[in-house]
Design a protein around this ligand. Structure first.
Ligand code: SAH
Length: 346
């Protein structure tokens, strides 16, 4: 029965909730699942791995998510902000290294008003007309998303974190609401962004049924990008005592997502590389086709700590890029210098 499930997904057919649960809980050979996912990925994108240069420009955050190391109430974080000039310098270096997508990610930091953020985005747009600008700035008003899109941003990453209301409330304090996050995602899509969503695997209190809800939500949203990585604890959070998400479950989720969304751009995340020395390579072999090395200045690297034991916090961008290239090649894939837009058709 479990072998049939992989074939069903490969054929583009849907599974019942119970069938997804069987797959998630390891009811079929992982090797078979990963091979099928890799086959679909190769049919869609060959052996190409797209690189995105991540610029973590602020670790100030007005939110207080229980799982996140840069949450507002974590007083032990040394906070920093990058200036427009510093951000542009990261892009310059990234461009020289072959990056054609820049991802600006930060906490929800009111210092970056719409005017300032639009100014930064237009400056990047002007200097790098052949690049994609991806934003990951959390929840904003629709008008702000529109202004940023007009300024030249193309893509937006906003993980829904969990599609189950009760679970969402266990991960976030009262003012934050799943409904708002979902609404933002649909607004971003309507504006014309390529949209990425996703969730953490093994976040505290997560059940198999919650993950099935996540898959169902993604089926409704139909995102262009799907970011999924293991939850990893951070000592400065109320969840410090919870254990990290498991490697095998994360890989299964990645493979299932590749089978469900053949065209999606799916990163093999830094978090995955942080829980296992070959986590990112294993992620690629399970269907992921994107990696997001860090372009942030070395001096702020350790300060953007969403979780502990994050890898690559001590390497220059060029060094990270070169090492990653070898790792990707050893896993049987090729990094490409390409804007790497989503394929809309099979
Ligand atoms: N402020 C932005 C960016 C958040 S950080 C936003 O709200 O979208 C990017 C992602 O890191 C989050 O969406 C979350 O899924 C992930 N993350 C946060 N804390 C984490 C942890 N402890 N372990 C693993 N991933 C984490």
């Amino acid at each position: 029965m479990s072998e049939g499930l992989v074939h069903k997904l490969e054929d583009g057919r849907d599974l019942s909730d119970a069938e997804f649960a069987v797959l998630l809980e390891g009811g079929c050979q992982d090797s078979e699942l990963f091979l099928a996912a890799d086959g679909v990925r190769r049919r869609m994108y060959g052996d190409k791995v797209y690189i995105r240069g991540l610029i973590e420009f602020s670790n100030y955050c007005k939110n207080n998510c229980y799982y996140c190391g840069i949450r507002r109430d974590n007083a032990s974080v040394t906070r920093y902000r990058l200036s427009k000039e510093e951000i542009l310098a990261c892009c310059d270096e990234g461009y020289r290294l072959g990056f054609r997508t820049f991802v600006l990610q930060g906490g929800e930091d009111p210092h970056y008003s719409d005017a300032l953020m639009c100014d930064i985005v237009s400056a990047i747009r002007q200097s790098f007309p052949d690049c994609a600008i991806t934003l990951s700035l959390g929840e904003k008003r629709k008008e702000s998303y529109e202004a940023l899109f007009s300024a030249g941003a193309n893509r937006y990453l906003l993980r829904h974190e969990t599609a189950d209301d009760a679970h969402y409330r266990l991960l976030h304090p009262a003012p934050m609401r799943l409904e708002n996050r979902k609404r933002s995602l649909f607004e971003l899509k309507a504006i014309g962004y390529q949209v990425g969503s996703g969730f953490m695997v093994g976040s505290p209190f997560q059940t198999t049924e919650d993950i099935v809800s996540d898959l169902r939500f993604l089926q409704t949203l139909k995102p262009d990008m799907i970011g999924v990585g293991p939850y990893i604890p951070h000592a400065g959070t109320p969840f410090s005592g919870h254990r990290a998400g498991a490697l095998d479950l994360t890989l299964r989720v990645l493979a299932i997502l590749r089978l469900m969304f053949p065209c999606a751009l799916i990163p093999s995340t830094t978090a995955l590389g942080s829980i296992h020395p070959e986590g990112r390579e294993l992620g690629l072999k399970a269907g992921a086709n994107v990696v997001m090395p860090n372009l942030s200045p070395l001096r702020v690297r350790t300060l953007y700590a969403l979780y502990e034991n994050k890898i690559c916090t001590d390497e220059e961008a060029a060094e990270s890029r070169a090492k990653l290239e070898r790792r990707v090649e050893n896993a049987g894939y090729q990094i490409v210098t390409d804007i790497g837009n989503v394929r809309k058709h099979f």
